[in-house]
Design a protein around this ligand. Sequence first.
Ligand code: BGC
Length: 412
Amino acid sequence: MSNGFPKGFLWGAATAGHQVEGGNTNSDLWLLEHVAGSIFSEPSGEACDHYHRYADDIEMLAGFGMNTFRTSVEWARIEPEEGRFDAEAIAHYRDVLETCHRYGIAPMVTYHHFTSPLWVLADGGWDNPRTADRFARYCERVTRDLGDLFDLACTLNEPNLPFLLGALGLGAQTAEDRRHMPMFVNAGADLGVDAATVAPFMFTGTQEGYDVKLAAHRLGRDAITSVRPEIAVGWTLANSDIQGGPGGEEFAVNLRASVNERFLEVSREDDFVGIQTYGRHVFDAEGQLVKAAPGVPVNQMGDEIYPVGLGSTIREAARVARVPVYVTENGLATTDDTQRVTFLEDSVEVVAGCIADGVDVRGYIVWTLLDNFEWIFGFEPKFGLVAVDRATQERTPKPSAYRLGELARSYS
Ligand code: BGC
């Protein structure tokens, strides 16, 4: 122990396969990025070509003084057709994980980070209860082939995100919503299915969607631990600091219950919970989102920069989930890296405050290593500790990368 931080505290950066690897052609989102009427501002294309450049990227991360890398394995690569597991993809991920160990980096592996194989989408996606069993079979296989190389596993990334987006009036959450959106209509036509059944993970915010994700998490976790009981398993959640403005208090209480607490309660069965916080959402008496006040510093999406929100979400997670907490994502979209440096300093102080109060926080993992493909927003938002030249793929570390390393050293 030093500065109150527990020994073995994890410091690192997170990535997700589809956002950095490039060429994830068998995935559901690849199709949605390319159909007419796509709500994705641009396709992921070769992204950061991390699929080929991972060794340099991991070496760079270690060079900053990090000791962990949260990475994801792509279901669409590992099981491109139902029941056919791809030896080359598995060998690839073995190499990624072995590279981590070569550089003294402990990998934390996410089994599902928003993307699924196209064949899953063609058969009802995340509204189809069979997806949970299929996910569990994939978890079992991944753990059998790769599980000797990591000790921390995240089943699903942000199963609660569609519910948060729904409250914000964003995205299409129901089958009926999808029927009216050209992207889903065209994807459905391509797959030969009704648009209503085109249900990707990010766009399923109904009770059915909740049930399928919950079943997938539980079955996935049991599959992982049946192969390798020593692996600590949890899911990672989108934890906004949900607040009520004047008159909006009750709305906020209810929303916290359905978006945050309901999922954190599930984590009581798990070994840990991963929390992912990007700030706060304040709601007024009508349940409408209150925009950042004029003059308040905002991120690239126009949302208030609010590092203290992390303190509330860490405490909420610890209180409700009653298991160890890892901050598995926290970061800032900005083209001004001095803002990110301050944000990281403030956030680490917030984590230190929680630890000083006795909260069991075991890691601080920043979103994200590289400027990457930010889903519907394309490559515009810059969350990275490292800039990536889109034409040459050249990496340029930003001062915030080194600052995070210094912070890690000063608390270790
Ligand atoms: C996701 C990431 C995403 C990040 C920033 C989280 O919701 O897990 O994949 O890029 O937020 O928007």
